[in-house]
Design a protein around this ligand. Structure first.
Ligand SMILES: [Zn+2]
Ligand SMILES: [Zn+2]
Length: 304
């Protein structure tokens, strides 16, 4: 199972266009030891030839160009066999609208996420220019599904989506209690490698436990270090929990949870630009490293 991080930041990226926090302004001025990050997306492949994208970020074009594995191999071609959406948040699916150049796409999503994106959305017509431009494949909670490309060619990967604690996206918040709004993914390759992908987790749950159990690698929600991160900086009024993100630091934080897992690779992803662990020399980064956990970065690659 080949894994390549295309983007590791939360919505807004790092730096964020309208943010002058110490991290964003420090990065722009070259005053801090930190690296820019695009918005969260990861590519996975069983053979290194055809790839599935976990989420489609607004920076998808730049992310594809930045990774040779996703470049076309003929006049009109893409190694992207499919896109899997973990939620309907715009930072996770807006990139789909950028893949509109008459290319057949396969998109895996829950029915809730599909409807939030494709219904009552005039822009979506750009992906309906010819019959079969987008093939939606429905994710059913807790049901394993073999991943295949537009022609039905099997990939050697099986995906099981689990509902995880989260929230509805702003544009689809009328049924906010729908368990299909936010899923974590368990991806297994035929030789038996397991990747757990949980880029948005509001807190502990039995589904989260089931997702990470026995996984070789775990990607985990790294949005906020502290509950009051935005409040303390004076740039927000809502806590991490209000925004459906499990804080990393402190007792009961997700770092403590990840420390107890046996996975070989435990990687934070979907990292907000305010998070102090983005600084290579911060005390928070040292805590993460001491726990055997990694801070994800764009271009990170490994094989399971
Ligand atoms: Zn997000
Ligand atoms: Zn910032």
């Amino acid at each position: 199972l080949f894994v390549r991080v295309l983007g590791s930041a939360a919505g807004g990226g790092f730096p964020q266009w309208n943010c002058g926090c110490a991290n964003c302004s420090g990065l722009r001025a070259g005053r801090i030891a930190a690296t820019a990050r695009t918005q969260e997306s990861v590519a996975v492949s069983a053979d290194g030839d055809s790839w599935f994208l976990l989420n489609a970020s607004p920076e998808i074009r730049q992310q594809i160009e930045g990774f040779a594995g996703l470049h076309p191999k003929s006049q009109r071609h893409t190694p992207i066999a499919g896109v899997i959406l973990t939620s309907g948040d715009l930072d996770h699916c807006l990139g789909l609208l950028s893949l509109r150049e008459s290319q057949s796409l396969v998109v895996y999503a829950t029915e809730r996420v599909r409807r939030g994106f494709a219904e009552d959305n005039g822009f979506y017509r750009t992906l309906e220019r010819f019959p079969g431009q987008v093939t939606w494949r429905r994710l059913l909670l807790s049901e394993p599904l073999p991943l295949s490309d537009a022609k039905g060619q099997k990939s050697g990967l099986t995906l099981t989506p689990f509902s995880v604690p989260g929230k509805a996206p702003l544009h689809d918040s009328d049924r906010s209690d729908d368990p299909e709004h936010s899923v974590g993914l368990r991806i297994e390759s035929e030789p038996g490698a397991v990747l757990a992908y949980l880029s948005g987790v509001a807190g502990p749950s039995s589904a989260v436990d089931a997702l990470v159990r026995g996984a070789d690698a775990v990607f985990f929600d790294g949005t906020f270090w502290a509950s009051d991160e935005l409040i303390a900086l004076g740039i927000g009024t809502r806590s991490a929990e209000d925004m459906a993100h499990w804080r990393i630091g402190g007792a009961g934080g997700s770092l403590e949870y990840l420390r107890g897992l046996s996975a070989r690779r435990r990687v934070f992803i979907h990292i907000n630009n305010t998070n102090p662990m983005l600084r290579d020399d911060s005390a928070e980064r040292k805590q993460v490293q001491a726990a055997g956990v990694e801070v994800g970065y764009d271009g990170m690659e490994f094989q399971l």
